[in-house]
Design a binder for this molecule. Structure first.
Ligand code: ATP
Length: 199
């Protein structure tokens, strides 16, 4: 079936460790195409020549090491420096938004999903028809990320503090998924899938 022009563009967002990727993988099982914006952004920093030049011209040659993005170095530079982080985001977000927009244009499904940690913060909400927010209590997110990434509690907290708070984000979302250990994730995804299909 050709859904073409009418295909809905859906965002999935949520704080670090909320379960975006886990939720997105259930949508994938349902046959919904998913664009992983955070992974694509990292790839673009290495492969997009214009972006590469911009990064080198602002952050200096150390941003690449033997042609590969020096992620640790860059992360440590922007970690506690909102000014530099904003500059980095201002370089990376527009390129990623454009690639996502082209990707949406190529999909042929009832709807397609863009998964991104920052949707409202990156000004990407306007390009999407609906946004699904994934939320989990802070103590569960901290526990999950510490376990997944081998980070300390303080490292996880520092990353969390850079994102807009759940209480603000939840009001901006059209659909909400609660990913605690109590409510079944799959059923929540199925309910939203059916609602979107009926729009
Ligand atoms: P990030 O923004 O850091 O990329 P994320 O929002 O994409 O995180 P996930 O990677 O999906 O979050 O989940 C974080 C960790 O918690 C993963 O290791 C995942 O396997 C685990 N996890 C997510 N949801 C659940 C759940 N309902 N039960 C148990 N473990 C879960």
């Amino acid at each position: 079936m050709n859904f073409g022009f009418f295909m809905l563009k859906i965002g999935i967002t949520g704080g670090i460790g909320s379960g975006k990727t886990t939720v997105a993988s259930i949508f994938k099982v349902l046959g919904i195409p998913v664009f992983d914006a955070d992974t694509v952004a990292k790839e673009l920093m290495e492969k997009n020549l214009v972006l590469r030049e911009e990064l080198i011209s602002h952050f200096g040659p150390l941003v690449f090491e033997s042609g590969k993005l020096n992620r640790k170095w860059l992360a440590s530079l922007v970690f506690n420096n909102p000014y530099e982080l904003n500059i980095l985001n201002a370089m990376v977000h527009p390129v990623t938004l454009k690639v996502a927009s082209d990707w949406f244009g190529m999909q042929d499904a009832a709807y397609a999903i863009k998964e991104a940690a920052l949707i409202f913060e990156a000004g990407a909400g306007a390009d999407l028809d609906y946004v699904i927010g994934v939320f989990a209590p802070e103590h569960i997110r901290i526990q999950r990320v510490m376990q997944r990434d081998g980070l300390s509690r303080n490292d996880v907290l520092a990353r969390m503090n850079r994102q807009i708070s759940d209480s603000i984000k939840i009001k901006l979302c059209d659909f909400v998924i609660i990913n605690n250990d109590l409510v079944l994730l799959t059923q929540q995804v199925l309910d939203i899938h059916n609602k979107i299909l009926s729009i």
